[in-house]
Design a protein around this ligand. Structure first.
Ligand code: IMP
Ligand code: MG
Length: 416
């Protein structure tokens, strides 16, 4: 059967900052229109938070469609920690559900070796530490490139010998963690759950069902295009969907970029719009800006249009979701970075500033304060609408959704 693309509308949800844009909520919000939700990158370094009737759920590996009983797919580009997966499957079971999950048999596995390596390499870096989540993600992709780590399917079939990986790690690790138990447990978790995820996506599309791709982290953490070396070990931009899943480019469908109404970053690295005063404290506290995976306080800053323009381009975002706007109603000041001043020149070009980003000084435009505004109505107050329209004009992309609170119901659709 030939695929009639007019009847399927796949959608990719990606972060346009340094992660933690609120993608989990957006994926959950839109999940109804889709048959399956697919994770295509990263691993359990991600922390996707969903709040339902006052209860908070955090997923690191399972796609955020989990609570809507969608078909859940984990693609070959994911670095998979079977133990974390098991915990999350347990979480779904406790809610009385049963995850309808397929893991690609080409997924790179994260073993206890890679977690040890993660800490080891961070220690080596000393004061230049990246501040990784220590989930072994970077090392797992590195071991993949060295062809030393098993894939999900290899483990399930019992075909992969970890001896070379162990010998390699013995050359720098003082202690080698026990792998037998891990192997046994992981095999059980993966049993009967592996398959060809790209093939599954195409089958769903051929049957007329749309699929959602859920990005992890954000554009500025991309291994190639982000603020290297302060990035994650994977590709975070939308073009990795087709490459990482083994599906044609046009199957990517629409790209929705998720932007938080301010910026956060967790871990080290340059952050031109970082706020160091009381306002930053208020945003952190009100926005609950603490890592969903590590609990670390997130660094907080103003919205940065220079980074966002670059991220919109990298992802080809055709629409935007603006999240956590309610948090800005708790601070009196409101401004947006429109350019950087770096090396004696002003620029709006992120790539140009990137080599000297640590020295870049933000040039701000003041915006009407959102302080004390009530955002619970179905339309935005004038000052909030002005901010949204300013973003649309600068980024040349429509903001189709504004999130004004944690709950599903606190969501305003625009340009419907
Ligand atoms: P890694 O991905 O654990 O190697 O960490 C590399 C960098 O990416 C660190 O600065 C982490 O804090 C950051 N990072 C990784 N995953 C996420 C995420 O899901 N949200 C925000 N930051 C992340
Ligand atoms: Mg997160």
């Amino acid at each position: 059967m030939r695929l009639n693309w007019r009847y399927v509308r796949n959608l990719c949800i990606v972060g346009l900052q340094w992660g933690d844009e609120g993608k989990g909520k957006i994926v959950d919000y839109y999940a109804d229109g889709f048959q399956a939700v697919v994770r295509y990158n990263g691993g359990s370094n991600a922390g996707h938070t969903i709040v339902i009737n006052g209860r908070t759920f955090v997923f690191h590996l399972l796609p955020s469609g989990s609570l809507k009983r969608k078909r859940l797919l984990i693609g070959p580009g994911v670095a998979l920690d079977p133990i974390t997966l098991d915990e999350e499957l347990g979480m779904i079971a406790k809610e009385g559900g049963q995850a309808d999950l397929m893991v690609d048999d080409r997924c790179t596995l994260v073993t206890p070796l890679e977690k040890e390596m993660d800490s080891f390499v961070e220690r080596l870096r000393g004061s230049n530490a990246i501040g990784t989540t220590k989930r072994g993600i970077g090392p797992a992709y590195a071991m993949r490139a060295l062809r030393l780590t098993p894939r999900a399917g290899d483990l399930e079939k019992g075909e992969f010998d970890l001896a070379s990986a162990v010998s390699f790690c013995k050359s720098f690790l003082r202690e080698i963690p026990d792998l037998d138990q891990w192997k046994e447990k992981s095999r059980q978790v993966l049993a009967g759950r592996t398959g060809d995820v790209g093939g599954e996506v195409m089958k769903l599309n051929e049957a007329g069902h749309s699929v959602m791709f859920e990005g992890a982290q954000g554009a500025l953490l991309d291994l190639i295009f982000g603020t290297y070396p302060f990035v994650t070990g994977a590709h975070t931009i939308a073009s990795y969907v087709p490459a990482g899943l083994g599906i044609p480019n046009r199957a990517l469908g629409d790209v929705m970029g998720v932007v938080k109404a301010y910026t956060t970053r967790v871990g080290g690295g340059p952050f031109p719009t970082e706020i160091h005063d009381e306002t930053g404290e208020v945003i952190r506290r009100e926005g609950k800006e603490y890592g969903a995976t590590t609990g670390r306080p997130r660094r907080v800053g103003w919205l940065d249009l220079v980074g966002l323009k670059y991220a919109v381009r990298l992802n080809g975002a055709s629409e935007l979701a603006l999240t956590k706007m309610d948090i800005l109603t708790r601070v009196r000041e409101m401004k947006v970075c429109v350019r950087y001043s770096v090396g004696g020149e002003e620029t709006g070009d992120f790539s140009r500033a990137l080599p000297r980003l640590a020295e870049a000084k933000p040039v701000y435009q003041d915006m009407p304060s959102l302080y004390g505004l009530e955002l619970s109505e179905n339309h935005l107050p004038r000052a909030a609408e002005q901010l949204v329209e300013f973003l649309e004009a600068e980024l040349r992309v429509k903001v189709t959704l504004v999130s004004t609170g944690e709950e599903r119901s606190a969501t305003i659709q625009r340009h419907a």
